[in-house]
Design a protein around this ligand. Structure first.
Ligand SMILES: *[C@@H]1O[C@H](CO)[C@@H](O)[C@H](O)[C@H]1NC(C)=O
Ligand SMILES: *[C@@H]1O[C@H](CO)[C@@H](O)[C@H](O)[C@H]1NC(C)=O
Ligand SMILES: *[C@@H]1O[C@H](CO)[C@@H](O)[C@H](O)[C@H]1NC(C)=O
Ligand SMILES: *[C@@H]1O[C@H](CO)[C@@H](O)[C@H](O)[C@H]1NC(C)=O
Length: 640
């Protein structure tokens, strides 16, 4: 036995010498470093040399530099590959770490004396795992491990900095456990969850309260759409009267975050007055991370968003078309967009090191009453169109976190999925009317415009809000929404301008340059501009908690636009064509100009200003304008 071991060591040593001969100069470089210990953690002592650490090397992904090009190849209407969307397997294979990366890191670990059977490549190929004693890990990473204790008593092993050989660095994103303090700390009961479905989160729609006379409106009357929006008003505004024919091949996805939930009794009440055929119809619910349509808590904050999204989404695609409700997160910690994306694409769970538990929820949830099932990872199938009416401010999240999530939207686009997000309800300000300060904080008296995320991700379609102007009819042009809410819009501080919108945005900047100092907005002319399109967002008649209320927000605009795109998909699927997938390169293309109702009235105030103006052509209030279904479906049917 002893002989066998030394023989193996000898072989490993020889291989190590050979490899070293191939790359004689490979000094160690600093790979990651932490400047301070996070609050509430304190240093105890050096970690025991013989304690075992589960070392994990996150490998760098392939082809990320080509992501935009690959997406344009299947999404640009002039591309010969238009509509040739990818399978999830193709996506996984294209972006997984290369064999070269896997073997470089694996060989380097072997060269350092680890036996072959200890070095494992994870089944998704995103990680290399090796259980190492602290002593071994310290030698491998040229570091020192310490034990830290949190004020709650939890222990965590970490180092201040670690190093990798020069030739290994390009193959490794990072190593854990090292400098990261992402150990999950159970939330104290007085600390509210930051999950996006919570009532305290500032992106829900607004209401002016109950309207008793709504029940008197005829479901076909469009003479009072400036005061009450009903499905009939939207059909008239957007030339949208379509009966789907390919329903079995299609579905429309609407995402809700628990505790936000719909009530079937509200859908039924809405059906009785405005949507014959919807009575008793329920969405097809896909539960993610323990999500369910809770009925324990009921008021506008808990039911407003879901009731709105489903009543209008389900009516507009007609009761013949199934609507998929993705209900995400349990009642205790809720969930984030990343938790939803993990469910849609299993490869995202570990992509670039996986979720960030300072923002994202971790399952199983060990808190009392939490969902104790496994974290959803590739458990849900994406529908062709997915609408989400929740949003962060860009400044809430780090550039790395946002870029990682934004890349995932591009991958869904490669798979033929259209992703819609509401653009926000505070004009040029962020959620709750907060504006940016030069030091990056957000306050009500901040002076810099505050863009929303994912609205600024170039791989989603951002939807702003319009209104039927007071005293006008559905046959006259709408204006930007100026009742109760203002359409979110502006210029990103994180994302560069995608090529598909350059001409449209350049035209706006050349002809209607916003008269604000460069200290207030991103005036570089090279950043992603939003929204892309708009739809009505004022005076929606919605059944909520047993009564009709008037509801406002880009939260209305996104599900309505999604319903229209779902029916364009129906027409294409019926003709044996692909889904429309990532639509932005198409809708900004010259063949599609003039197919939108251009909005040229109104603005989007915020941060003590009037915001931007709606102008002819694209603008940072209403994008390209509202949809004209008849014109758009005809043009989309000319594409392969
Ligand atoms: C709306 O619903 C209420 C309650 O069911 C009913 O009394 C009323 O007649 C309905 N209105 C219309 C126009 O259908
Ligand atoms: C709904 O209830 C929650 C919790 O009790 C509260 O925070 C919220 O303000 C309420 N919302 C409305 C619109 O009453
Ligand atoms: C950031 O700037 C704002 C406004 O200038 C100020 O009120 C706030 O205290 C600053 N915060 C930090 C953390 O520096
Ligand atoms: C403006 O946007 C560009 C491109 O996204 C970015 O590089 C730059 O840092 C932004 N400027 C500010 C002040 O945030």
């Amino acid at each position: 036995m002893a002989n066998m071991r030394s023989l193996i060591s000898f072989i490993v040593l020889s291989l190590g010498l050979l490899a070293a001969a191939e790359s004689p100069i490979s000094p160690y470089n600093l790979h990651e470093k932490r400047t301070h210990i996070p609050a509430e953690w304190s240093l105890q002592r050096r970690h025991e040399p013989t304690s075992v650490l589960p070392l994990r090397f996150a490998l760098t992904q392939s082809n990320m530099d080509n992501l935009e090009e690959l997406l344009m190849d299947v999404s640009h209407p002039k591309s010969s590959n238009y509509g040739n969307h990818w399978t999830p397997g193709q996506v996984l294979k294209t972006f997984a770490p290369s064999e070269e990366t896997i073997s470089a890191v694996r060989n380097w670990i072997l060269e350092n004396g680890f036996e072959e059977e200890r070095v494992k490549v994870a089944s998704n190929k995103g990680w290399i795992e090796v259980d190492a004693t602290t002593e071994e890990a310290e030698r491998l990473l040229q570091t020192e491990y310490n034990l830290y204790t949190h004020s709650t008593g939890k222990n965590h092993v970490a180092c201040n900095a670690y190093h990798l050989p020069y030739h290994i660095q390009p193959h490794v994103d990072f190593v854990t456990p090292t400098v990261h303090f992402d150990a999950k700390i159970t939330r104290r009961s007085d600390e509210p969850a930051r999950s996006i479905g919570q009532p305290i989160f500032g992106s829900s729609p607004k209401t002016t309260g109950a309207v008793d006379d709504a029940v008197l409106i005829s479901p076909t009357d469009v003479s009072t759409c400036d005061e009450y929006i009903t499905p009939a008003c939207l059909r008239a505004l957007y030339s949208f009267n379509y009966t789907p024919v390919a329903t079995s091949k299609n579905s429309y996805g609407i995402v809700e975050y628990t505790p936000e939930a719909y009530l079937q009794t509200d859908i039924n009440l809405f059906a009785m007055n405005f949507s014959e055929g919807l009575y008793g119809k329920a969405p097809y619910m896909v539960s993610i991370d323990g999500g369910y349509a809770q009925t324990e808590y009921q008021n506008f904050s808990y039911n407003g968003e879901s009731d709105l999204d489903l009543q209008y989404g389900m009516d507009l695609v007609t009761p013949a078309q199934q609507v998929t409700l993705y209900q995400v997160g349990d009642m205790v910690e809720g969930a984030s967009f990343n938790n939803f994306l993990d469910a849609l694409d299993g490869s995202y769970c570990t992509f670039e090191g996986g979720d960030d538990y300072t923002q994202d929820s971790k399952y199983p949830d060990t808190a009392p009453g939490g969902y104790d099932g496994p974290e959803a990872c590739g458990t849900a199938t994406p529908t062709y169109v997915i609408s989400t009416s929740y949003a962060y401010d860009e400044a809430d999240l780090t550039p790395f976190y946002s870029a990682r999530q934004c890349a995932e939207y591009a991958k869904l686009g490669l798979m033929g999925v259209t992703i819609l997000y509401s653009s926000g309800d505070y004009g040029v300000a962020g959620n709750g009317g907060l504006c940016l300060n030069p030091n990056g904080t957000q306050t009500l008296d901040g002076t810099m415009f505050n863009p929303t995320f994912p609205g600024t991700c170039p791989y989603i379609t951002s939807v702003g809000a319009t209104q039927v102007n007071p005293g006008s009819t559905v046959y006259e042009p709408e204006g930007a929404c100026e009742q109760v809410i203002y359409s979110g819009g502006g210029f990103s501080n994180y994302f560069a301008m995608p090529s598909y919108q350059k001409e449209a945005v350049d035209y706006y900047l050349a002809n209607y340059y916003p008269d604000y100092p460069a200290t207030m907005w991103n005036s570089t002319g090279i950043s992603r501009a939003y929204p892309d399109i708009a739809a009505n967002g004022a005076n929606y008649v919605v059944a909520i908690d047993g009564a009709f209320e008037l509801v406002y927000g880009t939260s209305c605009s996104s599900p309505v636009s999604g319903a229209i795109f779902t029916m364009i998909n129906d027409a294409r699927l019926a003709a044996g064509k692909s889904s429309i997938g990532f639509i932005n390169p198409t809708i900004y293309s010259t063949d599609f100009s003039g197919l939108f109702n251009d909005i040229t009235m109104g603005d989007n105030p915020g941060c003590g200003t009037n915001g931007y103006n709606a102008t002819p052509g694209w603008d940072p209030v209403t994008g390209l304008g509202t949809l004209n279904f008849d014109k758009l479906v005809a043009q989309w049917l000319t594409l392969p």
